[in-house]
Design a protein around this ligand. Structure first.
Ligand SMILES: Nc1ncnc2c1ncn2[C@@H]1O[C@H](COP(=O)(O)OP(=O)(O)OP(=O)(O)O)[C@@H](O)[C@H]1O
Length: 289
């Protein structure tokens, strides 16, 4: 029997937002961001979560990182509830989040320092991970001397260097140009195959989702729910093979787009009706004044 590496169990998350109703009136309203999220991710699995804008993808990643807590439900890592941020989870964000005053090498060494690893081992491990992400020779460059793609490789090396159980990636390639993005996608697959890490990868991109994921969880519009989890049947993706032109790839991409298209429409309708309510509320208030 396989036990889940990460088990997201009936997670709900809501926020309280402040609404300005005019005439110095304000009200606090709950907004449900995630509703009954239930998802298991296996050891060594590459799981991609895709969904429309505002559906709660980053909220879910923050919960996995332990930066916030679920309103109800729980998330288990190796059977234990996530209680806060820890070095068992590495995070790579869209923005590179490197220390600008540290060299590439010092940025990668940083997590190892926090783990209490000695100077010599730290250096060796950092050099090894810089090599893994293909940046040997750039160790002494500062972030402003690196391209966007290079910075993101360093961010990945830094997250991997302290050997986390799970790598959490929040749209890590979204800010990159199309060519660099495609290169880093295949690099990430190579790194994943070499390290056997469990990866949870969040994206807007349907093609990116099908290319990277062993499974793709498609989310609904707000409140975010898991609408469908799709198995991607490509094993041992080799960089020689043009996966994107494969008929099965095209079919899956269409299927996910069909699921998302409905959600985007629904989100727009929700938005329209909530702004209509808001306008009506304002008019009623004016009438009564
Ligand atoms: N701290 C917060 N306070 C109030 N509302 C929040 C907060 N964080 C997120 N939300 C709301 O929760 C919903 C989900 O937001 P989230 O950023 O997780 O979506 P997302 O899918 O990552 O969006 P995008 O793809 O555009 O980055 C949104 O309606 C957002 O406004």
């Amino acid at each position: 029997m396989t036990t889940a590496k990460i088990s997201i169990q009936h997670v709900h998350k809501s926020f309280r937002i402040q609404r300005n109703l005019g005439h110095l009136q304000e009200s606090w309203q709950p907004v449900s961001a995630l509703q009954d999220i239930h998802l298991e991710v296996n050891q060594g699995e590459f799981m991609v979560i895709v969904g429309p804008s505002g559906c709660g993808k980053s909220t879910l990643l923050d919960l996995l990182a332990g930066l916030t807590k679920p309103s109800s439900g729980q998330i288990l890592l190796d059977g234990k509830a996530i209680a806060g941020p820890d070095l068992d989870r590495g995070i790579v964000f869209q923005q590179y989040a490197l220390f600008p005053w540290k060299t590439a090498l010092a940025n990668v060494e940083f997590g190892l320092e926090a783990k209490g690893i000695g100077k010599k081992e730290r250096r060796e491990a950092a050099l090894e991970y810089i090599q893994l992400v293909g940046l040997s020779g750039f160790e002494n460059r500062y972030p402003h001397e690196l391209s966007g793609g290079m910075k993101q490789r360093i961010a990945i090396a830094r997250s991997l260097a302290y050997d986390p159980e799970v790598l959490l990636m929040d749209e890590p390639f979204a800010a990159l140009d199309a060519q660099t993005r495609e290169t880093l996608q295949s690099e990430l697959l190579r790194i994943w195959e070499a390290t056997k890490k469990t990866i949870i990868f969040i994206t807007h991109g349907i093609e990116e989702a099908v290319y990277l994921g062993q499974r793709v969880a498609v989310m609904s519009s707000r409140p975010g729910r898991i609408k469908e989890v799709i198995e991607v049947p490509f094993q041992g993706r080799s960089s020689e093979e043009d996966l994107r032109a494969h008929p099965e790839f095209v079919k899956l991409r269409h299927h996910i787009w069909d699921l998302l298209k409905d959600e985007v429409q629904r989100a727009q309708e929700q938005e329209k009706s909530s702004s209509l309510h808001y306008e009506q509320h304002k008019l009623t208030n004016k009438g009564g004044a």
